[in-house]
Each structure stands twice: as structure tokens, then as C-alpha cells.
Design a protein around this ligand. Structure first.
Ligand SMILES: CCC/C=C/C(=O)SCCNC(=O)CCNC(=O)[C@H](O)C(C)(C)COP(=O)([O-])OP(=O)([O-])OC[C@H]1O[C@@H](n2cnc3c(N)ncnc32)[C@H](O)[C@@H]1OP(=O)([O-])[O-]
Ligand SMILES: NC(=O)C1=CN([C@@H]2O[C@H](COP(=O)(O)OP(=O)(O)OC[C@H]3O[C@@H](n4cnc5c(N)ncnc54)[C@H](OP(=O)(O)O)[C@@H]3O)[C@@H](O)[C@H]2O)C=CC1
Length: 293
């Protein structure tokens, strides 16, 4: 269990992730195919590697081919079946090509972890329309194109009776908002609402749709936050530490595997209790909220 951001970061290397203890059995996903977006780094990489360790064939996507290739090379060297499909999830035709590639390669799909996303920290009052639109496009539209295409795939390739497919959307904790990233909170709240709705619409197709809401998690993604925000990150939750990519990955696996078979339309928060106590000022703490003295 990590106690400092530095230790959490050390646990985020491919080697550490591959060696990390897991509660899951090695053949949990034998014969199954998983797709993980944003699989070239952070939570997505941890989830893709865990699927691979548990016997799944895994497709990863993201915008940067080099990051994806490094993960694939690492996993294949350890006997895993993994492919990299460079994809910008904001582009529906690239999403279409991604699903076609998976179908051509393996002819099936069982689980999607829709993790690609991100934003930049800024006080909301200063957002430029272009910046707001970019974050909404990345996190609401991009995630939607992925989940809708997955559902269409399973409509085209009906699942056997009694077998379910799973979509897990990685979002953020939205209940209290998150100062500095209102654009992403808006986008992710949209995905949570859409997930609850299609959990009902897509149940007849055998599709379960859930969300995982990570709290502060030590990944390379945190490098975009200013030092004054990073200094206060230990105040984000009662455990006074960031989560690890592996801790989020195990949550994604829980919902994707048969352990999640009676769960749909749900949000699994993995935040060390940050929803109950803690402060996360992603663009730095404003003067108004500083203690006097
Ligand atoms: C700790 C909290 C919990 C969450 C943690 C995580 O999620 S960790 C995971 C975190 N991982 C990630 O976040 C990684 C992924 N994140 C990203 O790729 C970007 O944040 C993105 C979604 C905006 C990229 O979309 P894109 O390629 O379309 O964007 P672009 O670069 O072309 O900019 C478009 C417009 O956005 C605006 N704008 C952009 N930056 C800033 C800024 N710093 N300042 C102000 N404004 C900014 C600006 O208007 C710009 O237009 P301009 O002025 O250039 O004409
Ligand atoms: N770390 C944290 O504290 C938290 C993270 N999250 C969310 O978890 C998810 C993973 O973040 P994390 O692992 O921390 O950070 P990373 O920045 O490491 O991961 C984000 C991944 O998404 C990919 N990505 C971003 N935009 C696109 C796009 N348009 N198309 C395809 N891929 C894209 C990136 O690859 P590339 O740039 O090459 O495309 C990258 O691999 C994100 O949605 C993030 O917002 C939520 C709460 C807290």
C-alpha cells in the first residue's frame, strides 16, 4: 500500500504493474477480448496490463502510437496477446476503424473500459469557448462515441443468452464538483447520466454499463497541475495519499468480470473517502479559501 506520491508513482511502471499483487485469478478472462482506451499510460495502461495478466486478449487505443507500442511490446514479451490501434476517440470514423480492427483480429469483444480523457486546470470564469469545447468534446463526445459503437457492435454480434458484455466509463467524482476542472465535471456528469439511461436501454442486448470514478490517482496525468495544487494533493482524502493506477484498475476489473454480473447503471467511487472529507483545488487554492495567518 503506497503512502507517498513518490511511492505511488513507482507503482505505476509497467514492471511494477505486472508484478503487483491482485485478488483476481489468472484465467478470469481466458478467451475474452477487452478494449481499453487511453491504454498507453496511467490508469488505462494499468487496466490493460491487468486484463492481459488475467488472460484477456487486449486492444488499447490512444492518440500517441509510441506510448501504445511500448505497452504492447512490454505485454507481448510476457506472452500476452495485445494490439495497439492509434485512435482519437473524438473522431467517430477513427472509432469505427478501431472496432473494425478488433473484429478483424479476434471476431469478438467482451469488455470495454472507456478511460481516455483529460482536461486542463483553470478557474472556470476564465475558460475560453474553445477550451470548454475541447474538454467537452474529449470527455463527453469521445466517451459517448466509444460506448455507442460498442453497443452497436454487440447488436451486430448478439451475445449468447445469459452472457453479458460490459462497458466501464472512467469518469471523475462529480458529487461535490471539483474546483478548477468544471468543464470535465460537466462532461463526466453527462456520461454518468447517459450511462444510467443506456444501462436500461441496452440491458435487452445483454450489455451492462457502469462508471468508475477515481479520486486523485498518481499517474503521469497529474503533471498538468500547478505546483501550488500538487502541494495540497495530500489533503484530497482522509487517507492523505493519492490512489494508485492499480487500485483503479482492480475496480474496473471488478465491474467488467462476472463479479459485476448483477451491477449496471452504477458508479463505483474509488477515492479513499475523498467524497466525504478532503479538498482538491486543481488550479490552486483561491485566496478566499485560505486560513488567516
Ligand atoms: C486532479 C484532478 C483529478 C483529475 C485528474 C486527471 O484527469 S489526470 C489525467 C489528465 N490527463 C490529461 O489531462 C491529458 C489529456 N488532456 C488534454 O489532452 C487537454 O487537456 C485537452 C483535453 C484540452 C486537449 O484538447 P486539445 O488537443 O483539443 O486541446 P488544445 O491543446 O488544442 O487546446 C484547446 C483549447 O483549450 C484551451 N486550453 C488548453 N490547455 C489550456 C491550459 N493549460 N490553460 C488554459 N486553456 C487551455 C485553450 O483555449 C486551447 O485553445 P488555444 O488557446 O490553444 O487556441
Ligand atoms: N489521475 C487522476 O487523478 C484521475 C484521473 N481521472 C481520469 O482517468 C482517466 C485516465 O487518466 P490518467 O491515467 O490519470 O491520465 P493519463 O493522462 O495518463 O491518461 C489519459 C489517457 O487518455 C488518452 N487520451 C486523451 N485524450 C484522448 C483522445 N481524444 N483519444 C484517445 N485517447 C486519448 C491519453 O493518451 P494520448 O494523449 O496519447 O491520446 C492518455 O493515455 C482520464 O479520463 C482521467 O481524466 C479521473 C479522476 C482522477
Amino acid at each position: 500500500m503506497s503512502t507517498t506520491p513518490e511511492q505511488a508513482e513507482q507503482q505505476n511502471t509497467p514492471e511494477a504493474l505486472w508484478a503487483a499483487e491482485t485478488v483476481y485469478r489468472p484465467d478470469l478472462f481466458a478467451g475474452k477480448v477487452a478494449l481499453v482506451s487511453g491504454g498507453g499510460s496511467g490508469i488505462g495502461r494499468a487496466t490493460a496490463l491487468l486484463f492481459a495478466r488475467l488472460g484477456a486478449k487486449v486492444a488499447i487505443c490512444g492518440r500517441t502510437a509510441e506510448k501504445l507500442d511500448a505497452v504492447v511490446e512490454f505485454a507481448r514479451a510476457r506472452g500476452a496477446e495485445m494490439i495497439a490501434v492509434p485512435t482519437n476517440v473524438r473522431e467517430p470514423e477513427q472509432v469505427e476503424a478501431l472496432f473494425a480492427r478488433i473484429d478483424d483480429t479476434w471476431g469478438r469483444l467482451d469488455c470495454v473500459v472507456n478511460n481516455a480523457g483529460g482536461q486542463y486546470p483553470q478557474q472556470a470564469i476564465d475558460y475560453a469557448p474553445k477550451g470548454w469545447a475541447a474538454v467537452i468534446n474529449n470527455n463527453l463526445n469521445g466517451s459517448w462515441y466509444m460506448m455507442q459503437r460498442a453497443a452497436q457492435y454487440w447488436r451486430e454480434h448478439p451475445l449468447p443468452t445469459g452472457v453479458s458484455a460490459s462497458i466501464v466509463n472512467v469518469v471523475v467524482v462529480t458529487e461535490r464538483g471539483m474546483p478548477g476542472v468544471a468543464h470535465t465535471v460537466a462532461a463526466r456528469a453527462g456520461i454518468i447520466g447517459a450511462s444510467r439511461t443506456v444501462a436500461v436501454e441496452w440491458a435487452p442486448l445483454g450489455i451492462r454499463v457502469n462508471c468508475v470514478a477515481p479520486g486523485l490517482t498518481a499517474t503521469e496525468g497529474l503533471s498538468v497541475y500547478p505546483p501550488e495544487a500538487v502541494r495540497e494533493f495530500p489533503l484530497a482524502n482522509p487517507m492523505k495519499r493519492p490512489g494508485t493506477a492499480m487500485e483503479i484498475a482492480e475496480g474496473c476489473i471488478y465491474l467488467s468480470a462476472s463479479s459485476g454480473r448483477f451491477i449496471t447503471g452504477e458508479v463505483l467511487t474509488i477515492d479513499g473517502g475523498g467524497k466525504l472529507w478532503g479538498e482538491l483545488w486543481t488550479a490552486g487554492r483561491p485566496e478566499y479559501y485560505k486560513l488567516p495567518g
